[in-house]
Design a protein around this ligand. Structure first.
Ligand SMILES: Cc1cc2nc3c(=O)[nH]c(=O)nc-3n(C[C@H](O)[C@H](O)[C@H](O)COP(=O)(O)OP(=O)(O)OC[C@H]3O[C@@H](n4cnc5c(N)ncnc54)[C@H](O)[C@@H]3O)c2cc1C
Length: 405
């Protein structure tokens, strides 16, 4: 049994997790996990023991997704305990997020096609009994029903369970993948347009065309240590889904320059820590929450509270109002007497949509979206499959100044 391999001391750190949406809590979790990011992670990360025991994965995704802690915070902490090569597997996983963000940025029509297919599927889907059974955990497939409850109650699922879940949704229950992706995005604290949409497409055989992921009973039994064994209940084939739409690649934009004079700082869930990069203090700041725009349906409470809390804890003047964004920004800039608004770069997703075609220009305001050097160095390599970017990890890390041992 794998469970027994942590010391008592370690087990205390990794019992039931508290996901407090602050930088301090994210850094504390990171400090606890970093010693295990080497061999332990590589050997045991695929085991899911449920929410009571998250010892072998970092569970850092809610903080990283909102950039309460950044990928570089994670790399810095890991490096204190391991060389990059000792923690190779973990470092690669961190770069999966980077890959998905960079890839979606260069194929934005995947997101818009997802949204329109989702709306179409919802029109008939919500009435559909199979969809209701799936989202209420009443399929009769124990593991699946358990993960539905776990997701809704805790706002987190282990990566392996996400893969099994998506595969069962698509190939056993035969429901539209967009409805499953929407269910995840509404309930995951780390709900993220790029990682979520592209992972669902990857399972379905739409991302790596023709290559699907099939959940198998023996694999579930092995990596849940026998907690579940859905023998005879799962599809035995996973025929890849197909689509008519083409998704041409578009050039990456360049980062806006740093502001020179006074500015209003706008904090969104895309980068709660952007203030650390700016040349001086803002004249004023404001936070705006766009998480409810993730879906036409309502967001799970846990996911909503994490996103709102992340912003609340990252600026002096948070707002939980989600309407009239642009009017609010214009009013706040006027009150602060500035003509420049600065925010963290908003990748493809609801925040970017909210900022697009803004009234800000009409009001004579200039919007600067500041992209992190980490993204600027990595995203150009996210053009094809993950392995293209993986090959470039040493170059990217070298460019960021990490010693490559
Ligand atoms: C169907 C499906 C949907 C998903 N939806 C999301 C989502 O909405 N948001 C999200 O952040 N992740 C998503 N993932 C990716 C992955 O499951 C989570 O990032 C990971 O489980 C988070 O747990 P952790 O922090 O313990 O990861 P760890 O294993 O500890 O990994 C460390 C970090 O690396 C990154 N990472 C690890 N695995 C992946 C991966 N496969 N893809 C992208 N980044 C990864 C995350 O930032 C994570 O915090 C999805 C995966 C699947 C299969």
């Amino acid at each position: 049994m794998i469970t027994k391999m942590l010391s008592e001391e370690e087990s205390r750190h990794f019992g039931s997790l508290q996901f407090t949406p602050s930088r301090k809590a994210g850094l504390a979790r990171l400090r606890n996990f970093a010693p295990l990011a080497g061999r332990e992670y590589a050997a045991r990360r695929n085991y899911d023991f449920g929410p009571e025991f998250r010892g072998y994965v970092s569970a850092l995704s809610p903080w990283i997704r909102h950039r309460l802690i950044t990928e570089q915070d994670v790399l810095n902490a890991v490096q204190k305990h391991h060389s990059i090569s000792q923690a190779e597997k973990f470092v690669q996983e961190v770069f999966w997020r980077t890959y998905f963000k960079g890839w979606l940025e260069q194929h934005p029509s995947v997101w818009t096609a997802y949204l329109s297919n989702l709306n179409r599927a919802l029109e008939s889907g919500i009435q559909n009994q199979e969809y209701r059974d799936a989202t209420q955990g009443r399929t009769g497939i124990d593991c699946f029903d358990h993960w539905v409850r776990e997701l809704v109650e805790t706002g987190y699922l282990h990566n392996h369970s996400r893969m099994w879940f998506a595969s069962i949704w698509i190939f056993t229950l035969r429901l539209p993948w967009e409805l499953g992706a929407d269910f995840f995005l509404r309930h995951l604290m780390d709900g993220d347009p790029a990682s979520n949409t592209l992972s669902w497409r990857w399972v379905a055989g739409l991302h790596t065309k023709g290559k699907t992921y099939l959940a198998r009973a023996n694999n579930i039994a092995k990596f849940t240590e026998g907690k579940f064994n859905p023998v005879g209940q799962l599809a035995e084939n996973a025929e890849p889904l197909t689509e008519k739409a083409e998704h041409p690649s578009v050039a990456l934009s360049i980062s806006d320059p740093m502001p020179k004079g006074d500015f209003l700082l706008l904090v969104t869930e895309e980068d709660c820590q952007i203030a650390e990069l700016l040349p001086h203090e803002p004249a004023a700041d404001m936070g705006l929450v766009a998480s409810c725009e993730r879906s036409p349906l309502s967001l799970g409470k846990t996911a909503q509270n994490f996103a709102a809390g992340a912003i609340w804890n990252s600026c002096d003047c948070p707002s939980l109002e989600t309407t009239n964004w642009q009017d609010r920004i214009v009013a706040a800039a006027e009150a602060a007497g500035v003509k420049t608004v600065v925010t963290g770069f908003a990748p493809v997703g609801p925040v970017a949509t909210k900022l697009y075609k803004s009234k800000l220009a009409e009001a004579g305001l200039q919007l600067h979206q500041i992209r992190r050097n980490y993204d600027s160095l990595a995203w150009p390599h996210a053009t094809k499959g993950f392995f293209g970017l993986k090959r470039k990890i040493p170059t990217i890390l070298g460019g960021l100044g990490y010693p490559l041992r």
